[in-house]
Design a protein around this ligand. Structure first.
Ligand code: FAD
Ligand code: MG
Ligand code: MG
Ligand code: MG
Ligand code: MG
Length: 553
């Protein structure tokens, strides 16, 4: 069979034969990816997998769309609609990507080996343990729930982290209603069974409370008319306001709406103990302790570190931390070939004050020992790439250029030839590092990091010589290097129930109400990872609009 194009005749068969074999002398480097959540799948999706030998480890053979987990707790969306099998996601890359359903329980960076355990396959020793080696390791293991060692939480509270958690919550809510409908139960017992408590007023806790409230008023009151009066939802928040990571206007809007809805928001309380029928909390201001009976409690008060990450951090000397520290290129500090992305990692931004003499030297191109405003201006862009806090600081102080910054330290003069000595330069930059901010633990950050790291891996060969910048500061062009990772915040939603939502969009935009809920529907439909799940989610929403939620256990 011949295909011709523009006078060139290519014989498919012989072309295939003569195609260069993947060269035997240079075997592909092994990339091992731990985790198939937001960070891991985003990395894999964007990686040119033909360049490497890629292996993926995760105890779950699917990706879960976590932002819709709260909707699963009340049956607004079915669990199957928000998960996508990993093998299907990477079907087209299946030649280059191997998936193993197993849990990694130890990372040995000195031997470049990872220890894994499968729950299903057992070897001759009778356990499911095996080892994998790597050249590059991508740690994307996510985070754990954090109980802050509060007694009773592990035993008595629900969590909302995995799909199984959401399914358990759904069954438990219905159980509480059925229990309260039994004839042999006192009214006091009924009230207790129907008291739903959410611990943690962050986005997840708030969204769950809102979902539950909708489930009650839209579906359950019709089905359990005798007991609807006895239902109560409480959110316990240790801070002064719920949703305190959002704009104040959104927090106020949410608190007002919840008050109208009859959702109690107890702020300034820290839960100190949970028993099988009481939640004890301490008022932060007065210090007095109160206990409330409850039927079901959901703990969503923060994220913690997985044991395998904890152990790894000990090995490499990163102690007393919540997450793995990486450099700005997402490589684990002091660890060859290991990268970490998503909730299990944080970027530790270098302080410009620690590098000030190097920066001074870079800017002083003719080695005269003095800097002029012009010289600094020439490298300002590079400085801002390497130290984004400079840009943030200048923006926060409404400064337009470096002259404004220096003026703050030494008085005004805008002459390009003005000479600035290193002490003055230091003084000007001394407040800049206070602007260093770490990115939040969100899907948005995890996905952007996965994408960025894949780009780096795709260009790894090209950038071999100078993998990490800021080389442009030397002014030489034609060299390949990576820009450091930079998070771009695209906004954030908080669904509040009753077909209302709040959103914070880039550029200090805040929007709230019914139209924002529609924006939410369209954004979350578009963010689905496949047409299959998109279709399932949209049909779940439609079904709910028409028939309500399913209230069977
Ligand atoms: P994860 O997505 O948690 O992935 C971790 C992966 O590692 C999983 O595949 C897991 O199975 C695997 N794994 C775990 N242990 C092991 C092991 N020992 N060995 C191998 N693999 C392992 N963020 C937003 O931006 N917007 C939202 O609306 C939003 N809503 C949320 C709602 C809920 C209910 C929750 C729980 C989170 C929400 N988030 C949201 C946060 C977001 O889900 C996380 O920030 C994101 O999942 C982090 O991605 P990750 O890849 O680091 O971790
Ligand atoms: Mg992941
Ligand atoms: Mg996930
Ligand atoms: Mg996780
Ligand atoms: Mg992180």
């Amino acid at each position: 069979t011949a295909a011709s194009g523009g006078g060139l005749v290519v014989y498919a068969d012989s072309a295939a034969e003569s195609a260069p074999e993947p060269s035997q002398d240079a075997p592909k480097k092994k990339v091992l990816v731990l985790g198939t959540g937001w960070a891991g799948t985003s990395f894999l999706k964007n990686l040119d997998c033909s360049l490497y030998e890629v292996k993926v480890i995760s105890p779950r053979n699917y990706f879960a769309f976590t932002p819709l987990l709260p909707s699963v707790t009340c049956g607004t969306v079915e669990p199957r609609s928000i998960i996508e099998p990993i093998r299907r996601m990477f079907e087209k890359k299946s030649k280059d990507v191997t998936f193993c359903e197993a849990e990694c329980f130890k990372i040995d960076a000195s031997k470049k080996i990872v220890h894994c355990r499968s729950a299903v396959g057992t070897n001759l020793d009778g356990n499911g343990d095996f080892m994998l080696d790597y050249d590059y390791l991508v740690v994307a293991l996510g985070a754990n729930v954090n109980t802050f060692n509060t007694p009773g939480v592990l035993e008595h509270c629900h969590f909302l982290k995995e799909v199984e958690d959401a399914q358990k919550i759904r069954r438990s809510v219905i159980d509480c209603f059925e229990k309260a409908s039994l004839p042999n139960i006192s009214e006091e017992e009924k009230r207790k069974a129907l008291h739903f408590v959410v611990i943690g007023g962050g986005p997840t806790g708030v969204e769950f409370a809102a979902e539950l409230h909708d489930f009650l008023v839209e579906d359950l009151v019709k089905l359990y008319p005798a007991i609807q009066e006895l239902v109560k939802i409480t959110i316990i928040q240790s801070g002064e306001h719920i949703l305190n990571m959002f704009d104040e206007r959104i927090a106020a809007f949410a608190e007002e709406k919840f008050q109208r809805d009859g959702i109690e928001v107890a702020t300034g309380f820290r839960v100190v103990r949970v028993s099988d029928d009481l939640i004890s909390m301490k008022s932060k201001s007065v210090g007095e302790e109160v206990s409330v009976p409850y039927g079901m409690a959901v703990w969503s008060a923060g994220i913690g570190t997985r044991p395998v990450i904890m152990d790894f951090m000990q090995q490499i000397g990163q102690t007393n931390r919540r997450a793995l520290a990486t450099n700005e290129w997402l490589r684990v500090r002091e660890c060859e070939g290991v990268y970490a992305i998503g909730d299990c990692a944080t970027v530790s931004q270098r302080k410009i004050m620690d590098d000030i003499s190097m920066v001074f030297k870079m800017a002083d191109k003719d080695n005269s020992g003095t800097l002029t405003l012009k010289k600094i201006n020439d490298v300002l862009e590079d400085i801002c790439i390497r130290y984004p806090q400079v840009e943030l600081y200048m923006k926060s102080m409404h400064m337009l250029d470096i002259a404004d910054l220096i003026k703050g330290a030494i008085g005004d003069s805008h002459k390009e030839s003005m000479v600035v000595d290193i002490e003055e330069f230091k003084k000007a930059l001394s407040h800049v590092d206070s602007q260093v901010k770490s990115a939040p633990a969100t899907a948005q950050v995890a996905a952007q990091q996965g994408y960025y790291l894949a780009e780096c891996f795709n260009k790894m060969e090209k950038c071999k010589e100078h993998p990490e910048g800021p080389l442009r500061m030397t002014g030489e062009s034609g060299r390949h290097f990576f820009r450091p990772f930079r998070y771009k915040h695209l906004g954030q939603f908080a669904p509040l129930g009753g077909e209302q939502a709040a959103a914070e969009l880039p550029g200090d935009w805040v929007s709230m109400g019914h139209s924002t809920q529609w924006l939410w529907y369209s954004v979350y439909a578009s963010k689905q990872v496949s047409w299959r799940t998109r279709m399932l989610v949209v049909s779940d929403w439609t079904r709910r609009f028409i028939f309500g939620r399913d209230s069977s256990r």
